[in-house]
Ligand binder design. Structure first.
Ligand code: FAD
Length: 464
């Protein structure tokens, strides 16, 4: 068996793992990364990037169909647009391929050795990798577990045939006549909305009392309204039971009464589980926090020299959190002092309209016993939003009542994902309401709603 040694071994080349390896390589740490599938992990291959490509294609097609309906308020018209989903998917695959190549090139540039194969722990310092050319043993001073997460399967409706996860949904070659989405969280709603815009009849089934239960109701309301406008039927307090005898519809129980919804495809998006099995983790017996690997604020596990980052360590399961953890661990392994500051991990829901949350919500701030001031400004009063038919939604700023320190910012509205960086920056830089209110925001832009929300919290908004 071939054997190599290194200072740092990273298992998994998703956004957590590849960033960790690149940074470690840049810092001169002798680093090996092992990946069993493709560089970029879930995010690049079957998550963030492909879903945003599909959402963009669906948005474009929907705009054309709206114009073709003859009801465009902009006075646009055209005849009978069509979409060739196989070509859309090929375009998306091209983007993924370019980015895969980019990650591989960056690892090489940083001097990281990449091994393709399935890693398996032998002990806390040794990992065997099953590669195409046989078993390879790697001994490392430090090991980072970045094995990510996988879609949760419903026990009575395993994946296969018409029952699909987000992974298959992103590579369909034609638009299904109907899609039943089980789970009204962000992945189900992003993809469900895209399929409705592509022309499918979409039904969403959610077990809880409303969609996006992890967001506050004010933020999810504009999404619920838009789903209705797009003809998406939403059943809350509804539990999926199984396929009908002919396999063409989904049977469910809605508030205790049976319902049947059309389902050429059933898209199951009921959450994701950490990948902690099948690679010998039991050999090293790390402490767990529920299903996840327990870590401290430097991503150290219960075993010296073993770190864990990304989805395998718990919520929020987001690519940029995994990257931030990966970068920090690389610095620590290189001997630098770093800690994990999770005060502001922005979360974006790429629904229609989009949601952004950064820092504390009003409820979280109140629950911590802080007296707060809130300023909320609606896009209805924002000129740019009017010119882009994007008046639904608002920006809300949460600040301490005593010294006006900004604690959290939330927004729902068209394109607000691009505002998330200014929200994060304000919180990270310790901005006060006066700092945001006193920053000259370009006119006409949706970002003016951010400034106005801060002004509103101070009691003197100008455009409302
Ligand atoms: P992963 O990206 O899951 O990577 C883990 C890697 O480890 C994989 O490549 C896997 O093959 C490899 N691996 C596992 N076991 C082994 C082994 N034994 N040996 C070798 N290799 C192994 N997040 C966002 O921030 N924004 C979004 O817009 C967004 N959209 C999403 C849309 C969808 C449809 C999905 C499914 C997810 C989305 N996410 C989004 C979540 C995001 O993809 C994850 O949070 C992120 O990929 C986690 O990164 P990670 O490095 O922890 O793990």
């Amino acid at each position: 068996m071939k054997e190599i040694s290194c200072k740092l071994l990273v298992i998994g080349a998703g956004p957590g793992g590849y960033i960790c390896a690149i940074r470690a390589g840049q810092l001169g740490v002798d680093t090996v990364i092992v990946e069993k599938a493709k560089a970029g992990g879930t995010c690049l291959n079957v998550g963030c990037i492909p879903s945003k490509a599909l959402i963009h294609a669906a948005d474009e097609f929907h705009k054309l169909r709206s114009a073709a309906s003859g009801r465009s308020p902009l006075g646009l018209s055209l005849a009978n647009p069509t979409i060739d989903l196989a070509r859309t998917v090929a375009w998306k695959d091209g983007i993924v391929g370019r980015l895969n190549g980019g990650v591989t090139g960056l690892l090489k540039k940083a001097g990281v050795k990449a091994v393709i194969g399935v890693a398996r722990f032998v002990d806390g310092k040794t990992v065997d990798v099953e590669t195409e050319i046989g078993l390879q043993r790697i001994r490392a001073d430090a090991i980072v577990i970045a094995t990510g997460s996988a879609p949760i399967e419903l026990p009575d409706m395993p994946f296969g045939g018409s029952i699909i996860s987000s992974t298959e949904a992103l590579s369909l070659k034609s638009v299904p006549a109907s899609v039943a989405v089980i789970g009204g969280g962000y992945i189900g709603l992003e993809l469900g909305t895209a399929f409705a815009k592509l022309g499918a009849h979409v039904t969403v089934l959610e077990a809880q009392t409303r969609i996006l239960p992890q967001y506050d109701a004010d933020l999810s309301k504009p999404i619920a309204k838009r789903l209705g406008e797009l003809g998406i039927e939403v059943f809350t307090q509804t539990v999926a039971k199984g396929l009908s005898a002919d396999g063409k519809s989904l049977l469910a129980e809605h508030n205790g009464r049976p319902i049947e919804v059309p389902a050429e495809k059933v898209l199951v998006t009921v959450g994701r589980k950490p990948v902690t099995e099948g690679f010998g983790l039991e050999e090293i017996d790390l402490d767990r926090a529920g299903k996840f690997i327990r870590i401290d604020d430097q991503c150290r596990t219960s075993m010296r020299g073993i770190y864990a980052i990304g989805d395998v360590t718990g919520e929020p399961m987001l690519a940029h959190r995994a990257m931030a953890q990966g970068e920090m661990v690389a610095e620590i392994v290189a001997g630098n002092k770093r800690a994990w500051d999770k005060r502001c991990i922005p979360a974006v829901c790429f629904t229609d309209p989009e949601i952004v949350t950064s820092g504390l919500s009003p409820e979280e701030a109140r629950a911590s016993g802080i007296e707060i001031k809130i300023g909320q400004f609606p896009f209805q009063a924002n000129g740019r939003a009017m010119t882009t038919l994007s008046e639904d939604g608002f920006v809300r700023v949460v600040a301490r009542a005593d010294n006006h320190l900004v604690l959290g910012i939330q927004a729902v509205g068209h394109g607000v994902s691009e505002l998330s960086a200014s929200f994060g920056l304000a919180i990270e830089m310790g901005a006060r309401l006066e700092d945001i209110a006193g920053t000259i925001h370009a006119h006409p832009t949706q970002s003016e709603a951010f400034q106005e929300a801060a002004l509103k919290a101070l009691g003197h908004a100008l455009h409302i």
